[in-house]
Every structure is written in C-alpha cells, then in structure tokens.
Design a protein around this ligand. Sequence first.
Ligand code: PLP
Length: 360
Amino acid sequence: MSTRYRPTWLEIRLDHIHDNFERIQAHIGKKTVIPVVKANAYGHGAVEVTGSLREKGVRFFAVSLLEEALELRRAYDDIDILILGVVRPFDFEVIQRNDLIMTVNDMDVAKDVLAFEKGLRCHVKVDTGMNRLGIKDAEDIVAFFEEAKSRKRLSLEGIYTHFATADGDETFLRGQLAHFRKVLSALPYKPDVVHVSNSAATWKYERDIMETDAVRVGVSLYGFDPNRLVKALKPTFFLKTSIVQRKALKKGEKVGYGITYEAKSDETIGIIPIGYADGLIRKNQDGLVEINGRTYPLVGRVCMDYAFVRIDDDVAKNAIVTVLGGAVSVDDVAQRLETIPYEVFCTITSRVPRVYESGE
Ligand SMILES: Cc1ncc(COP(=O)(O)O)c(C=O)c1O
C-alpha cells in the first residue's frame, strides 16, 4: 500500500470474510460458493479479497464488468472468472485470450457467440421475470444450446438466473424458479454449473433447490443477510479516522458551513479528517460514530474533507473514531440513510486507503 499520511482508513477484516464464506459453505453443503467480487468486492478490494479466498482454495469468482475480470486475471492466472454483465462482440477476442467466462445475456450475443471463430467459455442467463439481463424465451435458449452442440470450440459451461425478490415477495420468487426449472428441463443437455441464488436466496431457499450446483454470494461474504435471518455473520468493513483537533465551545457558538449546529452548553467538538469526498455523505449529519466503545453524534454539516463530532471532555486528540462498523454498523447507517448496506459499501471512495487485517 502507498504511504499514508492522513489518519483515515478502511480496515478490511479478511479473516471475517473467510469466516462468513465458511458459514455459507456449511449451509449449502457440497455446492460451490461463487464469491461475487464486482464493484471492487463491494468496496473491500477485489484483488485482495479474491487473493485471500484463493489462498483458502476458492477458484471460481464472479464480477460484473470485463474490466473487473481483467484486473483479477492480471493478478491470478489459476482462477475461473465469470463476467455477469453485458459484453459486446468486439470484447470476445480479449475474453478468449484471457480465458474468461462470459454471460450470454441476450439472443444477439448468442448469435455473435455462435459466429465467433475461436473458443469461448459461456454461461447463459435466463430472464425469469426481473426484466433486466437474460434471455426470456425457453425456445430461444433451447435453440441456442442445440446450435452450440455443433461448435466444438464453444463451451456452454453454465446456466443461471437472478431473483428480484429474494429478500421479499416469495410468490414472485417461486414463479421465477418455476420458469427457470421449465427452461432447465427443456435443455438438450445440462451444463456443469447451474446457479440461481444470491445471498438472500442462499440462506432462505437454496437448500430446497435440488437442481443447482453453485450460489453467487456477495453481500453475505461482507457480513450481511438481506433477510436478517442469519445474525452470526461477521462485520468486514470498518471505516476509521481520528480526532485531529479539539475545539472547546462556549454555549451558543456555532459549527461548520451554514452554522447548522449551535452548542447548547459549553461543549467539546472533535474534528475528524473525513468528508463527503471519502463517501461520508452529507446526509450523515446527526449520525453516530464510535470512540472508545461509546457513541457520539456527528454535528454540523459534513464538509468535503472534514466532519465534526460532539465529544466528551475526556476524549483525547488522536483518539480513534470508528465511523462505520463496530457500535455503528453498516446496516445501522444504511437504515438511517434509507438505503441498503450494498450502497453504503460502494459509497466509500478510493481516496480512503484499504488496510487489510487478518485478525492474527
Ligand atoms: C447477477 C447477480 N448475482 C449475484 C449477486 C450477488 O448478490 P448478493 O450481494 O445479494 O449476494 C448480484 C449482485 O447484485 C448479481 O447482480
């Protein structure tokens, strides 16, 4: 890691990611867990997270973009990398050269894949009702599989779908699963890797889905079950900073841009070197942070590079402040901001250095 000067960093607990992985693996038995490491492993660092799981023997990962796949391929030459997102015919050459696995997300791509002269490794995505990516029509998918049989260089290794309501409407999910099963049963042959579940579906439904070989798990690796059924997952993401200045305020003194906060009595304010340019968005005004095991409020407007915490008099300069993780969890912050943990993870910008801890 490059030299750090500012005392603001994101501590990533790789050991907790491993523990979460093992918990997921134990839940699904012999099936494969495919870690989803798109979007820089939900802000955790794709190369580092992949590398540490690879050391434990994991060999199959999923990303969204070709760029993300290439970043992983440059780092590791012995893993399978599935691109979940859209790729275009002019990407095929680089996909093939880097031994990546692409998704056939619509029939245009299916035709282009059939026409491509060199070998390609593919999974087919079935759109079973989310109306995002994937092929809807069972007949189209069957026709593609039939055509692919005559192309020896083309390897259709997997088929999958994605649920829209794994953390909600069960009836809708059951409808998607039924559609997927219909497609599966119509195929002329079953590919090696059949997968449907994200984190929420893995915990809630996967044990009852007999047709699948793998699950694609993102957010639960990073400590969260969207259905909040599994409480034992460990936090992996700790945003930390420290108090770089203390200010003694007299009752009535004001704080920050727009002077939105006024001291109600004589109080102490700690200045922390983290702001919205780091992903501590302005809506965090009035949120909480943790210092020495106690929570304190953010007061005044969050600036681009700094924020203010109302502290007790005995909180020292240089005290470590945990902005996310610990007493104030990513989920707490997500709920307060009326969003989801995924978005909180992805909001922390690359300006914040990631520091990897293995708990030893
Ligand atoms: C196609 C696909 N599969 C799996 C995942 C992983 O989802 P989760 O992070 O909820 O486990 C995602 C993430 O959005 C996805 O888009």
